[in-house]
Design a protein around this ligand. Structure first.
Ligand SMILES: Nc1ncnc2c1ncn2[C@@H]1O[C@H](COP(=O)(O)OP(=O)(O)O)[C@@H](O)[C@H]1O
Ligand SMILES: [Mg+2]
Length: 235
């Protein structure tokens, strides 16, 4: 028997007040796979991730994580299933030190974990920043900290929202290297990215979202050949 998909969305519909952000989105992240969710601004990518982690309520449709319905569960209950979300923007506490940001992970993870040692192993530059406030780090270092915190939580499904936003290519490469290592170790990832090339390199499957609907789906090579991305993303 094949394992349950890490994530299944079936007809997911979400509105903010009167505004419909997602209209019947269906998507699968197979066990151990990386799925890229691409599309223009306002397409509904972040809303999709927020719906999975329970931060916004769906109006219709189903969300299953490892076969378990989660669309009526609060965020902490979804997190308990191992869903870890690196949100859009900087997912760190800016007024706490880097070490404090890392120590908070301890309470989220059962069993022995050395958050500071683990983070420095992932991103050595953080080792010289431990006593600084997270807000004083460069944008790239803040994303390294955010990603380190997420990875230290030992996700069973990792949701990553535009981690490369506004960063230099070398820093983006470093972040994607960490994602690639974790994917190779079998962690399923749903990746929202504007940096399309990096996403296509990492992904096993790609969904293109526009105006709250899935407009294309395939393997990266199909998506490249189809040319739809150019039409939707202007590149
Ligand atoms: N908190 C919110 N309140 C009202 N509308 C929102 C909110 N967040 C997003 N939207 C709207 O929902 C749609 C989808 O947004 P979003 O999921 O952020 O898109 P993307 O991440 O693809 O840029 C957009 O029209 C956006 O303006
Ligand atoms: Mg977004």
């Amino acid at each position: 028997m094949s394992p349950e998909p890490a994530l299944e969305l079936e007809g997911l519909t979400v509105s903010y007040g009167g505004l419909r952000a997602l209209s019947g989105v269906s998507l699968v992240v197979p066990a151990g796979a990386v799925v890229a969710l691409l599309g223009p601004n306002g397409a509904g990518k972040s809303t999709t991730l927020r719906a999975v982690s329970g931060l916004v309520r769906s109006e219709a449709g189903q969300i299953r994580v490892g076969g378990i319905r989660v669309d009526r569960r609060p965020p902490h209950a979804v997190a308990r299933l191992g869903v870890v979300h690196v949100p859009e923007g900087r997912g760190v506490f800016p007024s706490l030190t880097v070490a404090e940001n890392l120590e908070m992970v301890r309470t989220a993870v059962a069993g022995g974990v050395d958050p500071v040692g683990g983070a420095v192993e992932l991103f050595p530059v953080l080792g010289s920043r431990l006593r600084q406030t997270a807000g004083s780090l460069s944008g790239g270092e803040q994303q390294m900290l955010a990603l380190a915190r997420a990875l230290l939580c030992r996700p069973r499904l990792l949701l990553v929202d535009e981690i490369s936003m506004g960063l230099a290519p070398l820093v983006v490469d470093r972040l994607f290297e960490a994602l690639r290592d974790r994917a190779a170790a079998g962690t399923p990832i749903l990746l929202v990215e504007q940096y399309v090339e990096a996403a296509l390199e990492l992904a096993d499957f790609v969904y293109v979202l526009d105006k709250g609907r899935v407009v294309d789906v395939g393997e990266p090579a199909d998506i490249r050949r189809g040319g739809l991305l150019g039409a939707y993303l202007g590149n």
